[in-house]
Ligand binder design. Structure first.
Ligand code: ACO
Length: 401
C-alpha cells in the first residue's frame, strides 16, 4: 500500500479517483469480498454457511464483536435486545406529523437522528454507553420500522413480545391486528432471517462509507447511522430493490414485453439501467443473489404463491445473460434482483423494501463504525479535489455586470 499523505507531501500530487473505485479508505477485518470469484465472508465465515445455519441476531453479534457468541453471550445479547425494543411513546407524535405520502426511508433516517435527543445525558464516548446505544439501535430501528408502517395504515400499534424471535417479532408488529391475529409462518420467518443475514454487511459500500465518513467527525452513532440510511435510500444503492419491482411491474403492464427494457438499458443516450443488474465489485454472479434466487423459488412454492413478476424476472435474466452487452460489461443479477419478490411474498409493501434492507444492514454499519472508532490510525475523512474552476479574476460590482 502507498502512503498517500507522504506521497503528496513529497510530490504535491493528488490522486483523482472519482467514485473511489480503487481507493481503500480504511483497513478492515469485518467483511471479505472477492468480486471476480463471487466470494463474501463475514469475519471469515462464508455467507452461504451463515444463511443456512445462523440467526440474524447471531450474525449481528459476529459482525460487531468479531466472533460467534457462546450460549451465555447470545442469551445476554437477546435479553438486552428485548429490554431495549420499546420506543418512547412521544415518538408516535413525530411519526404522525410526517405528511402521509412521505417515503419511509426519509422518516426512518430522521427518526434515528431524533432518537439521540431522547437520551440527553448520554455520554457518546463512554464504552458501556456505546454498547447500550448499539443494542438500542438494533432493537429500536426494527420497532420503529413496523411502527411507521402501522401509523401509515392508521392501525393500532403492536408492541414487541419477548417470547418471539427477532424476525418473528418484526412480522408480528407489522401484520398483527386486533381483528385478524397474524399467523407467524415458519417459511416467512426463515425468508426474513436469510434476507437480513445476506444484507448484514458489504464492506465499504456507499452507505457504510457514509457512516464511516460522518462518524469520522466524531458525531454520535445515531447521527452516523442516520446518514447511512439516507445514502441507502438511493435507487443505485438500497433503493434498487424497490426500483426492480417497479421495473418488473412496468414490463408486466406492457404485456410482459421486456425487449424495451433491454434496449433502453443498452442505449447510451438513455439514462435507464436494468435495475438489479450490475455491481461495482462483483464482476460475476453476486453470491447473495444466488441464495436469494433459490430461496425465492422455495418460498413461493412453500407458500403456494404464484407471482407473475417472478416469471418475468427469470426470463429477463436469461435474455440479459445471453446478450453480448451484458456479457461484455460483466453485468449479472445483484442481490436486489430477486429480493423484492421475496419481500412481496411475505407481505411487505414495496415502499418498505429499502427499510427492510436498512434493518438488515444495521449490524454492518454499527460494526464498521465501531471498528473505525477503535482504530488507532483513525483520521478525520477529508478527501481532496482537483480544482478545474476559474483562475483568479476581480470582483465586478453588480451595476457593471
Ligand atoms: N444496466 C445497463 N448498463 C449498466 C448497468 C445496468 N444495470 N450497470 C452498469 N452498466 C454499464 C454502464 O452503463 C457502463 O457502461 P459503459 O462502460 O459502456 O459506459 C458500465 O456498465 C459500467 O458502469 P458503471 O456505472 O461505471 O459501474 P459502477 O460500478 O459504477 O455501477 C451500479 C454499479 C451503480 C450498481 C450499476 O451497475 C447500476 O446502476 N446498476 C443498477 C442499479 C442497481 O441494481 N443497484 C444495486 C446495486 S447492489 C446494492 O447496492 C445492494
Amino acid at each position: 500500500a502507498v502512503d498517500i499523505s507522504r506521497l503528496r507531501a513529497e510530490t504535491g500530487l493528488i490522486t483523482l479517483d472519482v467514485g473511489y473505485a480503487n481507493t481503500g479508505s480504511c483497513q478492515s477485518a469485518i467483511t471479505f469480498m472477492d468480486g471476480e470469484k463471487g466470494i463474501l465472508r463475514y469475519r471469515g465465515i462464508p455467507v452461504e454457511q451463515l444463511a443456512e445455519k445462523s440467526t440474524f441476531k447471531e450474525t449481528a453479534y459476529l459482525l460487531i464483536n468479531g466472533r460467534l457468541p457462546n450460549r451465555d453471550e447470545l442469551t445476554r445479547f437477546s435479553v438486552m435486545l428485548n429490554d431495549n425494543s420499546l420506543v418512547h411513546t412521544d415518538l408516535k407524535v413525530f411519526f404522525q406529523n410526517f405528511p402521509r405520502a412521505s417515503h419511509p426511508m426519509g422518516i426512518l433516517s430522521s427518526m434515528v437522528n431524533a432518537l439521540r435527543s431522547f437520551y440527553p445525558s448520554l455520554n457518546d464516548t463512554h464504552e458501556e454507553e456505546i454498547n447500550i446505544t448499539m443494542t438500542r439501535l438494533l432493537a429500536k430501528v426494527r420497532t420503529m420500522a413496523a411502527m411507521s408502517y402501522k401509523i401509515s395504515r392508521g392501525h393500532e400499534l403492536v408492541f414487541p413480545r419477548p417470547d418471539l424471535t427477532y424476525c418473528e417479532n418484526f412480522l408480528n408488529m407489522m401484520f398483527d391486528t386486533p381483528v385478524t391475529p397474524y399467523e407467524i409462518k415458519r417459511e416467512a420467518v426463515n425468508a426474513l432471517r436469510v434476507f437480513w443475514i445476506l444484507h448484514a454487511d458489504h464492506e465499504q459500500n456507499c452507505s457504510t462509507s457514509s457512516v464511516r465518513m460522518v462518524g469520522s467527525a466524531r458525531v454520535n452513532l445515531y447521527a452516523a447511522i442516520s446518514s447511512g440510511i439516507a445514502a441507502l435510500w438511493g435507487p443505485l444503492h438500497g433503493g434498487a430493490n424497490q426500483a426492480v419491482i417497479e421495473m418488473l411491474e412496468t414490463i408486466q403492464k406492457e404485456g410482459g414485453n421486456f425487449k424495451n427494457a433491454i434496449d433502453r438499458a443498452k442505449d447510451k443516450n438513455d439514462p435507464f439501467r436494468l435495475m438489479g443488474f450490475g455491481h461495482r465489485i462483483y464482476k460475476t454472479y453476486d453470491p447473495r443473489a444466488k441464495i436469494m434466487k433459490k430461496m425465492c423459488d422455495e418460498l413461493l412454492e412453500a407458500l403456494q404463491i404464484t407471482d407473475p413478476l417472478l416469471d418475468i424476472a427469470r426470463e429477463l435474466e436469461e435474455v440479459a445473460l445471453n446478450d453480448s452487452y451484458f456479457v461484455d460489461h460483466n453485468l449479472y443479477p445483484n442481490i436486489d434482483f430477486y429480493s423484492g419478490i421475496v419481500l412481496r411474498a411475505i407481505g411487505i409493501p414495496t415502499n418498505m423494501f429499502t427499510v427492510m434492507f436498512a434493518i438488515g444492514r444495521l449490524p454492518g454499519w454499527i460494526a464498521q463504525w465501531k471498528e473505525s472508532m477503535d482504530d488507532p490510525k483513525w483520521k478525520l475523512s477529508r478527501p481532496r479535489q482537483v480544482y478545474v474552476g476559474n483562475t483568479e479574476y476581480d470582483y465586478v460590482p453588480i451595476h457593471a455586470r
